[in-house]
Design a protein around this ligand. Structure first.
Ligand SMILES: [Zn+2]
Ligand SMILES: [Zn+2]
Length: 370
């Protein structure tokens, strides 16, 4: 007699259905994760609206839970046992390319879901690839031998560990890619969960000045940025952001700019180029896949000797540092983890992240057993 479980299944664009599924048998080289917290991220908002690529799928790629079944080979090779509280990365890497050996699973071609239809990732993979449990908006997630797990440090709750993904991005983009460290001056554009995690990473690194920008709809998020220690917050629709940045940095401009806005067009890059110091600043940017920038001011960029980098996911090391940052309990994370929903409310949870659901959402989680 097989066990029945529940999952929220995406059956079409912006459409989910609660379904009863069978818990699969776990072979010796696999394990099963009982999902406690599955974070909803900005990517989910855009992915949810898209048509299915094939069969329906279970979304949810920021997953924390307990290992409930661990095959004997999985236990030996991975070093995890039943009962462990773990954070699961959304990458399912090949395990033998140069990037995998470096812990840079985001660059492994096996994880390149956006360009390779055969690549599989948690939260993006259709259910016709057996055993179908490839997303966290479900009671359980299936873990093959190439799943990437991190132990959640003692003293950290599943709810706290639920922000490990944005925190990893914050550490990757700010400290590792942006080179932010002791004494740096920093501009963070966009005060959503990613921007706030960049702020926390920068504060822990000992920055001297940090400015966070947003728009009119970000009033609450900018308040939280203040609570997390921003030196100044700016609503770019009401204030001259460049003037504020110059004032806060005594006319020098910032060392590093991190763009965490989504769909804000080219304005944030233009501001970033102007806001960096006279020579040698770094800007870490991200954009939609098809976004273009006609008449990009490349002369201005090179005249200032700037470095432009892309924010794309995180390394294994960034996740380990993120879990330590969470375990330090230096920030009131509960100001950011604003909403939790059950499996039947996945549609509303995703809409809340896009601003069409619950008001003032910053970080939203699905708790499948709620
Ligand atoms: Zn995400
Ligand atoms: Zn690889």
């Amino acid at each position: 007699m097989s066990e029945k479980i529940l999952a929220s299944v995406k059956v079409g664009p912006s459409k989910t259905e609660l379904r009863e599924l069978e818990l699969p048998e776990i072979p010796a080289d696999a394990a099963l994760l009982k999902v406690e917290v599955a974070g909803v991220c900005g990517t989910d908002v855009s992915q949810y609206r898209l048509p299915l690529r094939g069969a329906p799928l279970i979304m949810g790629h920021e997953n924390v839970g307990y290992l409930t079944r661990v095959g004997s080979e999985f236990a030996v090779r991975k070093g995890f046992k039943e009962g462990d509280l773990v954070f699961l990365e959304h990458y399912l890497p090949c395990g033998n390319c140069e990037w995998c050996h470096l812990g840079e699973y985001r660059h492994c071609t096996a994880t390149e879901w956006f360009y390779d239809p055969r690549a599989i990732r948690y939260g993006y993979t259709s259910m016709d690839i057996a055993p179908g449990l490839w997303g966290g908006f479900s009671h359980y997630v299936y873990l093959p031998i190439n799943a990437v797990l991190h132990n959640v440090p003692r003293g950290v709750t599943p709810e706290e560990a639920g922000v490990a993904t944005p925190m990893s991005n914050g550490i990757q983009w700010t400290l590792i890619d942006g080179g932010v460290g002791c004494g740096s001056t920093v501009l963070i554009q966009g005060p959503g969960q990613q921007g706030l995690c960049c702020l926390m990473a920068a504060k822990q690194a000992g920055v001297s000045r940090i400015i966070v920008t947003g728009t009119g709809k970000d009033a609450r998020r900018l308040e939280v940025a203040n609570s997390f220690g921003a030196d100044a917050t700016v609503n770019v629709q009401e204030e001259d952001a460049l003037a504020v940045i110059q004032k806060v940095t005594d006319g020098r401009g910032v060392d590093v700019v991190i763009d965490c806005t989504g769909g804000a067009g080219t304005a944030t890059l233009l501001l970033g180029i102007e806001a960096t110091k006279r020579r040698g600043g770094t800007m870490v940017i991200q954009a939609e896949g098809n976004q273009e920038f006609p008449s990009f001011p490349i002369g201005r960029l090179t005249r200032k000797g700037m470095t432009l980098k892309s924010a794309r996911g995180h390394s294994y090391r960034a996740v380990e540092l993120a879990l330590l940052a969470i375990a330090s309990h230096k920030f009131p994370l509960e100001l950011m983890t604003t909403h939790q929903f059950g499996l039947a409310e996945v549609d509303y949870a995703i809409k809340s992240v896009s601003g069409e659901g619950a008001p003032d959402a910053i970080h939203v989680s699905v708790m499948p057993w709620k």
